[in-house]
Write a protein that binds this ligand. Structure first.
Ligand code: ADP
Ligand code: MG
Length: 294
């Protein structure tokens, strides 16, 4: 579904008339190769400035079409090349949800927020109604459809933002740190929505930038670690977080249970490799392999 081939991108120089030229800007993306299959959820993590948001925007053509700058290599979404396909057309294929809940909304009622995208595409009104009902159901916001979006909690706003993207019927949804500005309740709401979406719509491809590694361990099929515009690790959460030391040394967050396993291994000479609490509970349960509560 997604093919990123030797992608390089640098932003334009801030002041091109002075000494700064585009050529001495660093590469924000520096040779990204990535294939993501239909229906896959790829988690993305990495330190601030490692290129996560730039990669997200490159997936629907905002980079370079709205940023300008220098691009090399290609991004393909199915048969569409993001350099040649107008952003408005890309948006029907790849929907982006940004970190700031307000940035994803227009200030309308919940229903109108979600209907806005398909209305702009001149979708048949009856179909718009069906899409809105479906998208609000997926994010669990059906009862709030008549409320003004600005009155909602952060988590609810972000759920509406996700519904607004879903109503465009994209094949790929890109979430750029969708929980970063939310409280713990809002974060749980969003992770539950993503888990539910994947169960219901198994063909939708999801790219999720997330700094909470335990969320990635639970939701992602694979996780890509970015550093200075490069993918420095790409594997299943089990493989990646099962031996967390290399990531920890790079300053990349790993799930708390993976860090605990590494600490126990160091002190006790054990060989634990936990990526989720469930596995840790099973391995550490006192009685013969029966975890409490099972
Ligand atoms: P992340 O999302 O991982 O924090 P970004 O993709 O936002 O990283 O940024 C990658 C690099 O590109 C950083 O060095 C950042 O300073 C730079 N950058 C991001 N946006 C712009 C911009 N609009 N103009 C110039 N440089 C930018
Ligand atoms: Mg970012």
């Amino acid at each position: 579904m997604i093919r990123v081939e030797n992608l390089h991108f640098r932003y334009p120089a801030f002041d091109p008339s002075g000494d700064e030229t585009d050529e001495n800007q660093p590469w924000a993306l520096n040779g990204i190769d990535l294939h993501v299959a239909e229906g896959e959820l790829l988690g993305v993590c990495g330190t601030t400035g490692s290129g996560k948001s730039t990669l997200c925007m490159a997936l629907n053509g905002l980079v370079p079409q709205q940023t300008s700058g220098t691009i090399r290599g290609d991004v393909w979404i199915g048969e569409l090349n993001t350099k040649r396909t107008p952003v408005a057309r890309m948006a029907t294929r790849v929907g982006i949800v940004f970190q700031d809940p307000e940035a994803n909304l227009l200030g309308l009622t919940v229903e109108d927020e979600v209907a806005f995208g398909p209305e702009n595409l001149a979708v048949d009104p009856r179909e718009i109604g069906e899409r809105v009902a479906w998208a609000l159901d997926v994010v669990g916001m059906s009862e709030h459809r008549d409320r003004p979006a600005p009155q909602l909690s952060g988590g609810q706003k972000q759920r509406v933002g996700i519904a607004a993207v879903l109503a465009m019927m994209p094949r790929v949804i890109v979430l750029d740190e969708p929980t970063a500005e939310l409280d713990p309740i809002g974060r749980r709401e969003i992770t539950a929505v993503i888990a539910g979406l994947r169960q219901r719509e198994q063909r939708i491809t999801v790219i999720m930038v997330e700094s909470d590694a335990s969320v990635l361990a639970r939701l992602a099929d694979r996780v890509a670690v970015l550093d200075e515009g490069r993918i420095v690790a790409l594997d299943t959460p089990g493989a990646l977080y099962g031996s967390p030391l290399a990531l920890m040394e790079r300053g990349v967050a790993v799930p708390a249970v993976s860090e605990i396993a590494a600490g126990l291994n160091r002190r006790l000479g054990t060989r634990f490799a936990f990526t989720e609490l469930r596995g840790a509970a099973r391995a550490l349960a006192p009685s013969e392999g029966v975890a409490p509560g099972e």
